[in-house]
Design a protein around this ligand. Structure first.
Ligand SMILES: NC(=O)c1ccc[n+]([C@@H]2O[C@H](COP(=O)([O-])OP(=O)(O)OC[C@H]3O[C@@H](n4cnc5c(N)ncnc54)[C@H](O)[C@@H]3O)[C@@H](O)[C@H]2O)c1
Length: 262
């Protein structure tokens, strides 16, 4: 098993990409403690992950709102106690809100930046604190977005929050690798999930209709967004494994060629 004995925290495991990663990490032999604010989704993922046949890994769910620094500290303490340590943080939780740029209010900014950026900072700090204090050459995998590079029609605050995650991850990749050999990378996914469905349903039809018509132009490979289990989870298993120990400060696009990062 590629991740046998690894101890992994995942955020946002109640849905989409992170739920797939929890299931995949358990299949690869890891101990996983994960959180969400959606308890129903979290319990479902926990049950699905642990019901898989012939797996040596295990998933445990806790409620934790990653915007709440104290709650994050308590969640990490519990997770580390249960697993007896920590090797990898996959910080995947995120939110999106779509509206014309000129109509964003303070509440929209606080909501989107709170989860996508502040949650990244609080969770990353807790992981690093543990890695540094215990001499663990651990890994942090954050979730940004191609929109943080290219912009997003109707999604200016979301795109800005993901640009912030990119800047943060590249900065800690410099600081924390130098200080403690901790590696920090970002994934930019293009994967069919509930968040993608939300975008299709709520974004301006003037944007969505041409998008649907031009899928093969946008995604040269397969002409569509990817599937979590086949197209993303194997990459996430690799990034959590020792095989990825020399990858640091990178933006890993799992997007069929939608955007190519220099
Ligand atoms: N799906 C894509 O193609 C795509 C593209 C670019 C970036 N992303 C990023 O990938 C990540 C996963 O996206 P997804 O498509 O699986 O979305 P999703 O909506 O299916 O899952 C996100 C999960 O995060 C949880 N969450 C939200 N706020 C939280 C909080 N405060 N604390 C803890 N958990 C919280 C949600 O409850 C949900 O279960 C996000 O960061 C998203 O921005 C996804």
């Amino acid at each position: 098993m590629e991740l046998e004995g690894k101890k992994i925290i995942v955020t946002g495991g109640g849905s989409g990409i992170a739920a797939g990663c929890v299931r995949g990490y358990v299949r690869a032999g890891a101990q996983v403690v994960f959180c969400d604010v959606n308890d129903e989704g979290g319990k479902t993922t926990e049950a699905e992950a642990n019901a898989q046949e012939n797996v040596t890994g295990k998933a445990t769910y806790f409620h934790c709102d990653i915007t709440d620094k104290t709650a994050v500290q308590e969640f990490f303490a519990k997770a580390i106690e249960i697993m007896g340590g920590l090797d990898v943080l996959a910080n995947i939780a995120g939110v999106e809100r779509n509206k014309p740029a000129e109509t964003f209010e303070e509440e929209d900014i606080d909501f989107v930046m709170g989860v996508n950026f502040k949650g990244t900072v609080w969770t990353n700090q807790e992981a690093y604190k543990y890695f540094k204090a215990n001499g663990i050459e651990g890994a942090i995998i954050n979730y940004a977005s191609d929109t943080g590079l290219s912009g997003m029609p109707n999604g200016a605050v979301y795109a800005s929050s993901k640009a912030a995650v990119l800047g943060w991850t590249r900065s800690i990749a410099l600081d924390w690798a130098r200080e403690a050999n901790v590696r920090c990378n970002c994934v930019n996914p293009s994967i069919k999930t509930p968040m993608y469905k939300y975008w299709l349903e709520t974004a301006d039809p003037a944007v969505v209709e041409p998008y649907k018509a031009g899928l093969k132009q946008m995604f040269p490979l397969f002409g569509d967004m990817g599937e979590v289990d086949t197209d993303l989870v194997p990459v996430m298993v690799f990034l959590a494994s020792d095989g990825a120990r020399y990858i640091n400060g990178q933006v890993i696009c799992v997007n069929g060629g939608l955007v190519m990062v220099r």
